[in-house]
Design a protein around this ligand. Sequence first.
Ligand SMILES: *Cc1c(COP(=O)(O)O)cnc(C)c1O
Length: 346
Amino acid sequence: MTPTLEISRTRFLQNLAAVHERIGPAQLMLAMKDDAYGHGVEWAASVAKDAARPVEMFGGYDVHTSLRIRAQAERATVFAWADSSDDEIERALHARIQLGVGSADYLRRVIDVAGRLGLTARVHLKIDTGLHRNGIRPEDWPRVVADAMTAQQSGLIEVVGVWSHLAEASDAEDDESARAFHDAVDVVRAMGGAPQALHLTASAASWWRPELRGTVCRIGAFCYGIRSADGPEIPGVTPIAALRARVIEERAGEVVIGLGAYHGLPSILAGASIGTPGGVREIVRIDATSTLVRDWNDARVGDTVTVFGPGDQGESDVTALAERIDTVGEEIITRLTSGVRRVIVD
Ligand SMILES: *Cc1c(COP(=O)(O)O)cnc(C)c1O
């Protein structure tokens, strides 16, 4: 009676098509961090690259994930933006993985490794447009770009992209970030660079702020059918994963489900509703390996309940669950442990 995360291939393909349609002519870079948001990197990459309209760019976050993508998608562009060790940079260059570079120091290391290997590193320079997480500060930008252009002339690197990440806290702030981004691109061009991939936006801004899209949109959540917390439904985009578990015990009106905190279900979700064959019921308590439901009189051992996901029993979407505990849908899916079996359905 292992709980399952049922993942729909058809819905994933439909979401990819809807996102492509919405953001065109910008290109989709499918974000794959956290094991493709808990859906499985190998599965997601292989389905996406064979879609009717194939995904040709993948965002792996770290080199390890990017190598797993490369193993599935030999010809795709794969982008890794985590600061990585020299050893990882070396493996990335051998596998033609493009690197996000957000500091002068990291640029120096990438150039050194490329020189040692006799390879050209394809890099996307990251400008800090206000998030102050990682990224080259505007005041340092001209100096770092000049270093990059020198290395490009020696064939050690090729600056193929410029990128940043939006705070998505307010439209006004994002507008200001977009201006800083375009200024940064202008500096690269003025110094002789010709970056093709300009990317700034993730799911929400790519969808709702078309004027902020560059030539590439890095999108994870919407492709996996996860809407933004406190955000609207996305037309044409539906959840692709359903979390299902079974009734393992039934006694005097109390129904015990075989899914608990051990499987990654946050115990503070008590009070949320789940879908059952008898209709919507409320979760009373979440224990280590089980969940208690009351007021469900005709439950039988072996009945299936749906905690979130597509279905017809009145269940929530994962973001609605997340909103109850002030988090985002990704957080709930990616925390499910290996005690939950991933099952691919059509
Ligand atoms: C996760 C991530 C994305 C994708 O964000 P979504 O909101 O899931 O679309 C894009 N860019 C970066 C840098 C990320 O870390």
